[in-house]
Design a protein around this ligand. Structure first.
Ligand code: GDP
Ligand code: ZN
Length: 537
């Protein structure tokens, strides 16, 4: 996109490929003229020079440049400035499917329109002052929302909540700047400077920036969601919990240890946050205890996840095998690994107790992903591992294990839930953020578990009633720069540096704030924002 409106007329199919109706949208000074070339209204209105009224729907025939009928359509004109882009907008509602809309688009292009670039309609809305940049981003977030909570948050941003808050901060920064510059220019004529008051204004502004930044974590969670890995030795109920939490019946559950083969992924929502549950399998048919407990795979899964659920069996309490899986999460080098293997008892004997996998069950499960559950291939798993490793600063140092929640499962058949929790060694309890008792069978404790997950993710309660909007990554990055600049200004002031120094910092803050709303966004920033939109938005 370019920062200047180009004055030509753009066209795109703005609806998805499925559905009974498709819409081609035109925007620009020639939208009406192009519509007149291609659209022939039904009934009496067939007079040359016919013009649609704004915000009225007309029925008629769409024709190509040779006059051949393309489709029977509805035409809706929204004339400037009462349109999404504030330009003349014409929509042609065609029949759905892949042919009608693309032929309609072709007809519009032949009549003089240009294919719209990604996000170009919204870019024009922004350039014409209909939306600020944060609102434009909220439009994209709304369309991409995966949960109702994410959509609510996007709506709050779209109605201008964040934009207004940042505009107020810019106003404060401008006042500060005016005050400081007046000092530089006419110090002698002004009453003595109220250094205390200025310092306070700076601090207040910094506080406002900080409170906007506090919404970033929620924004991130709402848009990208959480990856939650379920770990534990075989048979503790990982697959059952995955099914119970996601409300699906797809993960294979059996009495035979080791029947969950690859990783099973299921989508669910916890307090409005989209969550991917990863059931890491674990058991290999052959190999020693460490291998069959899936220690290495658990570690890989744990390091790729945002939250780890370490599940143990409440009927048995914490066992040595649980300890091996748990200890594996922190082992960082080959030496530790060797030690683990050396400590693992009776490798060959216990290998034979592991049952062969049921291939039929595996094969049928692998194919269906309709219920939002899918098998992740080993290949994909490897790539995740590699992608993760690539982010690591050094291959010798493991990424720290993410927040860990211990889950005592099967409390429905454990006589005493409390004693299961008491069986936990201190170092295990100390390493986790919470211990929750659940029953995948009865559903007991699942709400506690969901709350623990959202809590461990550092999500301030979604239902605090306050503002609904949340800043996205780009906005957070700009706000952080603004805050740093304000901190520098406060420091310069404390150090007694000349006023010119402070003004540089306040100007930086002003610029950074302007990037959030787009008041100060250069072409580069706009490109970055609008290139993530899809065509037709
Ligand atoms: P995984 O190997 O850790 O994935 O364990 P599964 O989910 O396959 O469960 C192993 C066995 O424990 C199955 O027979 C389940 O029906 C049973 N199970 C799992 N969770 C519970 C629970 O909360 N209560 C009871 N009574 N049985 C459970
Ligand atoms: Zn399982």
């Amino acid at each position: 996109p370019s920062t200047s409106s180009e004055g030509d007329t753009i066209a795109a199919i703005v609806t998805g490929p499925q559905g009974a109706v498709s819409i081609v949208r035109l925007s620009g000074p020639e939208a009406l003229q192009i519509a007149q070339h291609t659209f022939q209204p039904s009934g009496k209105k067939r007079t040359p020079g016919w013009q649609p009224h704004s915000h009225r729907v007309y029925h008629g025939m769409l024709r190509d440049t040779e006059g051949r009928a393309i489709d029977e359509v509805l035409l809706l004109a929204m004339l400037a400035p009462r349109s999404y882009t504030r330009e003349d907008v014409v929509e042609l509602h065609t029949h759905g499917g892949s042919v009608c809309a693309s032929r309609a688009l072709q007809a519009c292009l032949a009549a003089g329109a240009r294919r719209a670039r990604p996000g170009e309609f919204t870019l024009r809305a922004f350039l014409n002052g209909r939306l600020d940049l944060s609102q434009a981003e909220a439009v994209a977030a709304l369309v991409n929302a995966r949960t109702a909570a994410a959509a609510d948050s996007a709506l709050a941003g779209m109605s201008g909540g964040l934009g207004a808050a940042v505009a107020a901060m810019r106003c404060d920064a401008l006042n500060l700047l005016a005050e400081l510059e007046a000092r530089i220019d006419f110090d002698e004529d002004l009453p003595p400077m109220d250094a205390l008051g200025l310092g306070q204004s700076l601090a207040e502004l910094r506080e406002k920036v900080t409170s906007a930044l506090a919404t970033a974590q929620r924004g991130r969670l709402l848009s990208t969601g959480l990856q939650v890995a379920l770990l534990g030795r075989p048979n503790v109920g990982k697959s059952s919990l995955l099914n119970a939490l996601s409300g699906s019946q797809r993960a294979i559950v059996t009495d035979i240890p080791g029947t969950t083969r690859d990783i099973v992924e299921a989508g669910t929502v916890m307090e409005g946050v989209p969550v991917s549950l990863l059931d890491t399998a674990g058991v290999r048919e052959a190999g020693d205890l460490v291998e069959r407990l899936g220690v290495q795979r658990s570690r890989a899964a744990a390091q790729a996840a945002d939250i780890v659920l370490m599940i143990f069996d409440a009927t048995e309490g914490w066992t040595g095998e649980d300890g091996i899986v748990f200890g594996g999460l922190w082992s960082v080098d080959a030496a530790t690994e060797d030690k683990l293997h050396a400590n693992a008892p009776g490798t060959s004997a216990s290998a034979s107790t592991s049952q062969p996998h049921s291939d039929n069950a595996g094969a049928s499960d692998r194919q269906s992903d309709g219920a939002g559950v899918r098998m992740v291939s080993l290949e994909e798993e490897k790539q995740r591992g590699l992608a993760h490793r690539a982010r690591e600063p050094s291959s010798n140092v493991s990424r720290p294990v993410p927040p860990l929640i211990l889950v005592a499962n099967k409390v429905d058949i454990a006589g005493d839930a409390a004693s299961a929790q008491q069986s936990l060694p201190d170092e295990v309890r100390g390493a986790c953020s919470e211990v929750v008792s659940t029953s995948a069978a009865s559903g007991a404790g699942l709400d506690d578990l969901r709350a623990a997950v959202v809590n461990a993710a550092g999500l301030p309660s979604l239902n605090t009633g306050g503002r609904g909007w949340a800043v996205n990554e780009r906005q957070a990055e700009a706000l952080l720069r603004a805050r740093e600049a304000l901190e520098r200004a406060a420091q310069s002031m404390a150090d007694g540096l000349p006023i010119d120094f402070w003004t540089i910092d306040v100007k930086d803050a002003l610029l950074a704030l302007g990037e959030v709303t787009g008041a100060e966004a250069g072409e580069e920033v706009l490109d970055r924002v609008f290139s993530t939109f899809c065509i037709g938005k």
